[in-house]
Design a protein around this ligand. Structure first.
Ligand SMILES: C[S@@+](CC[C@H](N)C(=O)[O-])C[C@H]1O[C@@H](n2cnc3c(N)ncnc32)[C@H](O)[C@@H]1O
Length: 204
């Protein structure tokens, strides 16, 4: 499924099992507090209360606004201790999307699927986007948030060499190939702190 992209795009300095890299929990944030606030405000404005939400590539923090009630929030990530500590998750599972991109959820089961500051670690992104599209209800949205920090040995080569604008275009292409529509790239970077680029699309 990655045939439209240069093969080296998906190569990583560290091709060993992701399970090893993520075996120890990291109770840290990966973007500045002001950037987290910008992402949280975006979620507040764009995800309706009562929505069913899937936080993919999740950890101990989902950046969802406090005080907003969602019908259900599921998380999928690599470290059980991080996911267990995430106060927003009603349910979580540990799964390596680079081995198994098929999502363990029913068709049409979410109104919003989120990937925060993690898309650069996927080596089968089109398969994952296809699955996101399957799991979203019609009119549901996929929100991919990106910044400029990364674990260099685990990020795919493309994210080392492309400009921010081209990284947004690449993610838009993942989405398009996965069947998502109405794709838009948005810059929600705060005046200071880490940048915040968002690519959003819909299930139609
Ligand atoms: C930089 S952290 C971001 C965590 C969280 N989304 C946040 O905003 O703080 C990267 C996350 O990607 C997840 N991840 C990395 N590789 C993965 C893979 N192969 N399959 C599933 N999740 C993965 C890890 O579990 C980790 O939580």
């Amino acid at each position: 499924m990655n045939t439209a992209f240069p093969e080296q795009f998906f190569q990583r300095q560290d091709e060993s099992a992701d399970q090893n890299f993520y075996s120890q929990p990291r109770f840290v944030t990966h973007i500045d507090d002001v950037t987290i606030s910008s992402l949280t405000e975006f979620y507040r404005e764009q995800i309706a209360p009562g929505s069913r939400v899937l936080d993919l590539m999740s950890s101990w923090i989902s950046h969802l606004p406090e005080g907003v009630g969602y019908a259900h929030v599921s998380g999928l990530g690599m470290n059980a201790a991080e996911l267990e500590a995430n106060p927003r998750l009603h349910h979580y599972c540990v799964q390596d999307l680079n081995i198994t991109p098929t999502l363990p959820f029913a068709d049409n089961s979410f109104d919003a699927v989120l990937i925060a500051v993690s898309i650069q670690y996927l080596v089968k992104p089109v398969e994952v986007m296809t699955e996101i599209n399957r799991c979203l209800t019609t009119g549901g949205q996929c929100i991919v948030a990106m910044s400029h920090r990364l674990f260099p040995t685990k990020a795919i080569h493309a994210f080392h060499i492309l400009s921010p604008a081209d990284r947004c275009r690449l993610v838009a292409t993942y989405m398009e190939k996965g069947g998502l529509t109405e794709i838009e790239a948005l810059d929600h970077s705060p005046h200071t702190g880490d940048p915040l680029w968002i690519v959003r699309s819909y299930c139609s």
